[in-house]
Every structure is written in structure tokens, then in C-alpha cells.
Design a protein around this ligand. Sequence first.
Ligand code: ADE
Length: 248
Amino acid sequence: MSSPAKRFDIFTLFPEVFGPYLDASIMKRACQNGLLEVQLHNIRDWTSDKHHVTDDLPYGGGGGMVMKPEPIFTALESVLGAPPVCPVILMTPQGRLFTHQVAEELSLFPRLALLCGRYEGVDERVRQHLVTDEISIGDYVLSGGELPALAVVDAVTRLIPGALGNPDGPWDDSHATGLLEYPHYTRPPEFRGWAVPEILLSGDHARIARWRREQSLLRTWLRRPDLLEKADLSAADRKFLANLELSE
Ligand code: ADE
């Protein structure tokens, strides 16, 4: 069989939390279609002591536990070689913020290793001598890197050509264009007295495209004006935004 478009090796103490998510919807189909391969590795399997210990007290005292370096190095080097054949990304609230741009950057690599931290974090020598990148999914602290790793797998998988059923691909999604996406409607045309905007029923594709673009601009202006600074805007877009500013 040919190699998949994208392979993730996930190193975790809790491999069991990944199954249901990867076994549903787009992730499942991408795996079945040979576009995505996710290998889960339990760090505990690479301990060498009787009790399979993966964490220990922090030097210098203080609360919490720290993930030991030996099982992490052994696990990653056994699976990925030394030095590792692909980027090794530590999921941590101290990492760079995960955005659509970062997902696009990661989508260029055929293989990625994601290391899920737990407890107070990993021994600093893992960061310094094994990890090549650190990613945070937001300014809050979760109980571990497993949910963040799933967020990365999901967002990057959506960028694999053919992974979405939609032939247009992910390019209209919020953030992919640099703007928030326009509102969506489906049947019925009227629900509890709330009608679908008439233009969407008009069949006039050029007008619909312009309406959607303006809705995207309006939403972004209202909710995330910071995004407008970097968005790729046409002269018509700028005029529309200037009118919004005037109407304030
Ligand atoms: N681990 C715990 N919290 C995290 C976050 N916000 N992002 C990435 N990894 C984490």
C-alpha cells in the first residue's frame, strides 16, 4: 500500500482517549481512504522499571509531578529514530498559538510527531534536546496535551486534498480566507416565522457570492476586527468596510 498523505505519531500516557474521535466522520474517512494514518504510542510502554513510572517529583520542591525524560526519549527514538525523522511537537500552554496559518505550515510535512504533556509538564531536557516545536491551542490550561493534539490532527487533516467531502475544500472556512465565514441556511425556507434571506433563493450566483463576501466582512468587522488588518481585501471590500465605518 502507498504511504498516506499524512502520518501522525502521538505520544501520550492516555492513548484510549483518541479512539472515538478518530473513529468518526472526516477523520475516520480520511484513515479509510488512506489519506491519514495516526499511530498512538503509550509512553508507559517504554519504562524499564517494575512499576512503569513515568513521572517524578520536581527538583527544588514545589507541587505537582514532572514527566521523566527517559521513557519519552526512548519512546520517540524507538519510533522515530535518533535524530527523529520528522518534527517533534510538544503540546503545551507555553507553545506558539495554533492558528490556521500554523495548520497550513504543518500540513507541508508528510509526518509529524505530537507529544502530549501531563501534570506540571515534561522535564526541561525533553524540550531542549528532543522537541523541535511547541504549540498551544489557546490561553488556558487543560489537563493534558491530548485534546490539543486532536485539534492539530483535525485542523491539519482538513487541509489534505480530498479529505473533505466538499469539492471546494476547506478554502471558504472561517480563517482560511483570513475572514470569518458568512452565515449558512438550509431548508425549510421559513422556520417559526424566520425566513431565509431572499437573495439565497434567487439563483443569482454572482449576487449571492457578493452577499456572502459582505456578510463575511461584516461579521469579521463586528467580531474580530483584528483579522481585517491581515486579510486579503479587494477595492470593493475596502469600500464596503469604509461604509460600515461611516454608518457607526
Ligand atoms: N496542555 C495543557 N493545556 C494546553 C494548551 N492550552 N495547549 C496545548 N497543550 C496544552
